[in-house]
Write a protein that binds this ligand. Sequence first.
Ligand code: GRF
Length: 222
Amino acid sequence: MSRLRIAVLASGRGSNLQALIDARAAGVFDAEFAGVFSDRPDAVALQRAAGAGIPRQALRPVDFADRAAFDDAFFDAVAAVQPDLIVCAGYMRLIGERHVVRFADRMINIHPSLLPAHPGLHTHRRALEDGVRRHGASVHYVIPAVDAGPVLAQAAVDVRAGDTPDSLGERVLAREHVLLPACVALIAGGRLRYDGGRVVLDGAPLTRPLQLDSDDRLTPAA
Ligand code: GRF
């Protein structure tokens, strides 16, 4: 199998991108960063890409006539680096259906909740308002409906008495930084793929998301 080419899409601070960069350097997975793409030229993620010598590109939505025109240009730029895997790591724009379909079998997203609970924004605050005891993060394949694609893996954290959205969010983010590289490792190693709407692990359909355990390993749900 040839080396996986990864494109990362990010709008902001890029801590998940950094986790991927660090994990690759540490040998967690073997892959090549084909490019980092942002809708915000000032995204810290782009500075992180520069620091790691990864090609990067930013396109501003205001420079295009409408959403569709932006998406066309943005995803043509992504396609030009011929990625095998596109990782949405804090990419804060809705992606038009045409481009989701175009990359249907190779686009994943990290979301800060235990999907299907809390899709959308402000997940930590909403989890606390709902009084859940467990919260966390999910990595899922991207489908046209937002935060609704098949989940490949999750990392859970316990909600503590006195948690604020910030304190809870910090603990979730720390687990995201392990979860996302672990998912990429499975894909880069050829063990996990998305096939006909199903996540397939080691040749068998995955019926429930893998769980990140306390040893930082992805294991089948109990
Ligand atoms: C993360 O919480 C991720 O789950 C969500 O956006 C945030 C991005 O953070 N999709 P960062 O830019 O990777 O630091």
